[in-house]
Design a protein around this ligand. Structure first.
Ligand SMILES: [Zn+2]
Length: 456
């Protein structure tokens, strides 16, 4: 076992120079002008997986950017099959003038490598490539069966991935999914993510008079839909941050006492957090800590509101229409379809007779949770502890990774979130970077993780 760790530590420089090659591709999935770069990056992923010893390495075209698949299934009877998911596409780089070094010319400064995609997600994908390679080089074999699916559309909503999984259920059949596309809790605090929030995103439209009216001639005689909408929004939540939609909390899985205790142990300062956001004080649902509010409680927020006159100067208009976008972050076991129904019914209930109401859903995602006492999580815990020399903490994610739910529904497999980034590594922002110690310890951890899984 030690030999693989020694091998990995003896190859540090090579890993970094190879990672630089991967980071040089401007694989920005949302830009049509980068379509060829995205494809070339997929070809690089294929070439690299072939080179390290993976089998059946294939580029699957989709209606958008291709998916790269590879496997190695010779671990022998009774060994589990692990599906590693990641993405080789990246976010746009604007504003490019805020980058200290060009986003596709990887540069080392201090402990970090700077480039678009270094943390999200090429660097983390590469951790698995190098861990697999270390097993092949040292042992000529892998301890478990491995399947890899590396897509090129994660940053644009994985638009073709669900169809691909549905059409390739046998190919992707596995015992557990591993995703390294999240962050550790903090520097030197490795973490296992075990839950994600979901989303229910709605649009509300109110129509008042049949045309925009002169507020002098008509003002005071008819309902102003903007006033009505603002009034309705204030009825969705009380001043203690509790959501007032009937039945909204019915399916919420409460935090266990153990989880509450674990969250309390994590270093976190409300003062520093408020300061970093430039607010005088925090606000959230009464009776819950900030981490509980972000990770394990549902929310409701108005994301945008518009109508009437918003140009420069004054126009005395009594508008005909008003609009709002309102989204709710959901937690296990809430279902976005049910929440959409409850939200819609509540909006109709509180709308005044004087306006016409239209409500519809824009975007949904289901929340996800993996049991923390599962054998997969235990294996991740043990390998992180050895790889980083520190016990990992259990965290939830406030955001969503919809693909986790897809894997569960279509393949029946739970996901372990084994993230090696850091919360302040500027994913999606200028000067994105990855800590190279975490990169190196990540490779060791991943190689140990495959060993731990082989024992199950
Ligand atoms: Zn990502």
């Amino acid at each position: 076992m030690n030999s693989i760790k020694e091998f990995i530590n003896g190859n540090k420089e090579r890993y970094i120079s190879e990672l630089k090659e991967f980071l040089k591709f401007p694989s920005i999935s949302t830009n049509p002008e980068n379509k060829k770069d995205v494809y070339q990056c997929a070809e690089y992923v294929k070439w690299h997986l072939d080179k390290i010893g993976m089998e059946n390495v294939t580029i699957y075209p989709t209606k958008g950017h291709p998916i790269v698949y590879a496997d190695w299934l010779n671990a022998g009877e009774g060994k589990p099959t692990i599906l590693i998911y990641g993405h080789y596409d990246v976010q746009p780089v604007d504003p490019v003038n805020l980058w200290t070094s060009p986003p596709f010319e990887p540069a080392i400064r201090g402990e970090n490598i700077y480039a678009r995609g270094s943390a999200d997600d090429k660097g983390q994908v590469f951790i698995h490539f190098k861990a697999l390679e270390a097993h092949f080089k040292q042992n000529d074999t892998l301890p478990v069966n491995i399947k890899l699916i590396i897509e090129g559309e994660e940053e644009i909503g994985s638009v073709n991935l669900e169809d691909f999984i549905a059409q390739h259920k046998d190919l992707l059949k596995c015992d557990v999914v591993v995703i390294s596309d999240t962050a550790m809790y903090d520097k030197d605090i490795p973490a296992i993510g075990y839950a994600l929030r979901g989303l229910c995103y709605m649009q509300v439209e109110l129509a008042g008079p049949n045309r925009d009216l002169h507020s002098g001639q008509f003002g005071g005689s008819v309902e102003n839909p903007i006033n009505a909408l603002a009034n309705m929004i204030t009825k969705l939540k009380n001043k203690n941050g509790k959501i007032l939609i009937d039945g909204f909390y019915d399916d919420v899985l409460p935090l266990s006492n153990k989880e509450k205790e674990e969250f309390k142990k994590l270093p976190f300062s409300d003062e520093k957090y408020a300061e970093s956001l430039g607010v005088a004080e925090l606000f959230g649902e009464e009776g819950y800590s900030t981490l509980e509010r972000i990770w394990a409680r549902p929310t409701l927020d108005c994301n945008g509101i518009w109508g009437g006159f918003t140009g420069e100067g004054a126009k005395t208009v009594l508008p005909s229409k008003a609009y709002a976008k309102i989204s709710m972050r959901l937690v296990p076991n809430q279902h976005p379809d049910k929440i959409e129904k409850l939200f819609t019914e509540f909006i109709y209930k509180i709308a005044p007779q004087s306006v016409k109401v239209k409500v519809y859903g824009l975007h949904h995602g289901k929340p996800a949770i993996t049991p923390v006492n599962s054998k997969w999580v235990k294996a991740a815990f043990d390998s992180l502890k050895k790889g980083f020399g520190k016990e990992p903490v259990f965290i939830r994610e406030g955001g969503s990774i919809p693909i986790v739910v897809t894997f569960k529904e279509l393949l029946g497999a739970d996901t372990v979130l084994l993230g090696f980034g850091l919360p302040d590594e500027n994913a999606h922002s200028p000067d994105e970077h990855l800590n190279l110690n975490n990169f190196q310890n990540g490779i060791i951890t991943a190689s140990l993780f495959y060993n731990e899984l082989a024992k199950l």
